[in-house]
Design a binder for this molecule. Structure first.
Ligand SMILES: [Zn+2]
Length: 239
């Protein structure tokens, strides 16, 4: 029994309605959550899971695709409530996730602060505060490119740098599904690379798209945008 559920978490952010799509993989032994929302999102995720008849107290693992406030924001809360969960993330992102180094997103935001127009500075400071408030968590297992596990029918770690240098995506061979994290987003129905403002290295991000062309993919789940399954090879080539 290998199952994949895409959670649809609706919320309001900066006065706008938005949606993120964490994924839950299950088999007889494992229940794995991939990415866990913004800070204080635990109740939202629990609610959405229970609507899908999933009880989060059965979670065995959390995989974090990269250090960012919308992907690991509730990791510490999740671990506090369900201490048996093992947390997995890229070996390259471990030092940011556990707080040994300042997050790259915050470093980037701080570095452009002086160049911002005055009217954006207040918003920016607030953004720095949000980024700085992400609670760090320890990684139980660091992941590297090509790591393959037999969980949930078999999953593979693919390093997909660009958006962030330590970004990983998860490939499920059995169902030819790619859980892209933020390596890809859906905007206006189109598959694309996330906004350059948030993609730290555009050249790397494009290399990543080329790398993904080596995989047989029938379905891509984007954290921002949801499920994409039409003409994947061509859509990737177009990027
Ligand atoms: Zn994101």
């Amino acid at each position: 029994m290998n199952k994949l559920n895409v959670l649809e978490i609706n919320f309001e952010f900066n006065g706008m309605v938005d949606t993120i799509y964490p994924v839950i993989l299950r088999d007889d032994k494992e229940m794995i959550l991939i990415d866990c929302g913004y800070p204080n999102f635990l109740a939202l995720i629990e609610d959405c899971a229970s609507k899908n008849n999933i009880d989060l107290s059965n979670l065995t693992k959390l995989i974090i695709t990269h250090h960012d406030f919308d992907h690991m924001g509730s990791a510490a809360d999740l671990k506090a409530k369900y201490p048996n969960i093992k947390i997995l993330a890229s070996s390259k992102d471990e030092k940011y996730i556990n707080g040994k180094e300042k997050s790259l997103r915050l470093q980037q935001a701080e570095s452009i602060y002086e160049s911002l127009p005055e009217e954006q500075k207040e918003w920016a400071l607030n953004f720095h505060k949000i980024l700085g408030s992400i609670e760090n968590v320890d990684i139980d297992r660091a992941l590297n490119d090509g790591d393959i596990f037999d969980w949930c029918g078999g999953i593979e770690t693919i390093e997909t740098p660009g958006h962030m240098p330590g970004h990983i995506s998860i490939y499920i061979k059995e169902s030819r599904t790619l859980i892209a994290g933020d390596a890809l987003v859906i905007e206006d129905g189109k598959l694309c690379i996330a906004n350059p403002q948030y993609t730290l290295d555009m050249k790397e991000a494009k290399k990543t798209i080329n790398k993904l062309l080596n995989y047989e993919i029938d379905r891509i789940i984007c954290y921002h945008g949801g499920i994409y399954q039409s003409d994947i090879k061509k859509s990737l080539e177009n990027i």
